[in-house]
Design a protein around this ligand. Sequence first.
Ligand SMILES: [Zn+2]
Length: 405
Amino acid sequence: METRKAYYDPPSTVPFIANILEIRPYNDMAALILDATVFYPEGGGQGGDRGTINGVPVLDVQEKDGEIFHIMAGVDGQKLKTGPAELILDRGRRRDFTVHHTAQHLLSGTILRMAGAPTVSMHLGDDTAHPCTIDVDTRELTTETLTAVEDAVADAIEENHPVIIHLCPPERVEDFPLRKVPPKGEEVIRVVEIQGNDFSPCCGTHAATTGEIGMLRILGAEKYKGMTRVSFIAGRRVLRDSRVLRRNAETVSRALSVPVAETGAGVSVLMEKATQLERKLKALEEDAALRRAEALLREAGLLDTSAAGEGRVLTECFADADMEEVLRIGRAAQGLCAAVLVLASQRDLKFAGLCAVKSVDIRPLLKEPMEKHSGKGGGGPSFFQGRFSTAEDLAAFLKSIPQTR
Ligand SMILES: [Zn+2]
């Protein structure tokens, strides 16, 4: 027996009474077959409804070979048995889908009319992490076009056009100027008309008038498989999204002391300042590193000598510098002498070996002592780095390196 599709009726606030005809195993769960249902089964890009049957949550609703399966975690026998049952629909979720589904028809119809681009597929996401999208057969939709589309949709919402469902036999379907090809093999085709805007064959649930959509926002358009994927939100999701954006904008506005409407320009100014400061900071850091390198080499007698330390090995452990700073000092020192430099950061328990002389390979000098003291690392002939897990190992490693090659 076919389940009566009461999900096309407007959702009611009172529980719906139907009969459980059959309970079947469904994968590791159970599926109920009812004589009538208010739960829409997943299909036509719209998710299945949720709610409860005799107080037990409905996990999913699927339609297969004309049968509607109400999927439940299991059947305890107390609450779920054949006979009359009380169905309560999650009306919030249904309303959200209904609003987005109707909004999608209006959006697809408007893009077709204004940009000549048909919608090839659509997806209704159930939250902001999975937004609602349509894939439109065009390589580009400009910002100007999208804004004009958004305004035209807003007009149609304000004009509150009725949404009319036509149930027609397949041979009469050509009476309607359909936006997309109707399904084959159906006894009755549901044509959804948004008066003055759009005709589309569709099995989903729809609002009674465009006014119920409330508002539609296009979030963006990106290239997708040779087409354009347009993402959008409608109804309450626009309100929730607006609240989040406003809250964020107010935080930025207060932080930058600019009006909310000027936060974009304010951030650009801030970013420009940050870039300049970064540049200045980098120059200062390089300068400081050069000074420390000079001091280190001077103390070791490696600065301003004719041989510039060729054949010498200089080890130094910096107690107050992190490895990033040590590397800056190393690179500066490398430019001033020909010695092998083995410089370490006490803080990070890391070291680097550097040498400016191309013919020198520093690996034999460092690899074996590093491994002997349980260090890990590697590198090439003129740059080698490693790390230790204790300060003692690092100290012992540095001590073990001969001061000449
Ligand atoms: Zn639809």
